[in-house]
Design a protein around this ligand. Structure first.
Ligand SMILES: [Mg+2]
Length: 126
């Protein structure tokens, strides 16, 4: 179990303190950009298919957990989720935001929905 002291030692809380807020996400977005091997329309398609494919790999592992009682370590699942984050960040970079903006926009959206009691339901603009 990770304690609050572990998180403090890791610098977790600093991630949310200005002026360092989001700096780690910016660094990650820049790192992702250096791994991209396609450009233009090819990149958009490759990164989108990568995101969907990696999300599918997560779903496949969860399916096998349920159907086959397969065992996967937490690290195996986390690695697949990391692949999802990679491609989500690659796409965010295309749209000029990067991981930091994706997270900030998502937090703002979900906090707003929670305040207005609309976390449940459907529709992008509820
Ligand atoms: Mg994968």
């Amino acid at each position: 179990m990770i304690s609050a002291e572990d998180l403090k030692a890791f610098g977790y809380y600093d991630m949310f303190n200005k002026p360092n807020k989001g700096k780690w996400a910016d660094s990650y977005s820049e790192w992702v950009e250096k791994k991209i091997m396609t450009d233009g329309q090819d990149r958009l398609v490759e990164n989108t298919l990568g995101l969907v494919g990696e999300a599918g790999e997560v779903a496949e592992k969860i399916k096998k957990l349920i159907r086959d009682k397969s065992r996967f370590s937490n690290e195996e699942i986390l690695k697949e989720l990391g692949d999802v984050v990679f491609y989500a960040t690659a796409l965010a970079n295309i749209y000029g935001g990067g991981l930091r903006e994706v997270i900030d926009l998502n937090i703002a959206k979900l906090d707003d929905r929670q305040k207005r009691g609309t976390l449940k339901g459907s529709g992008d603009n509820r």
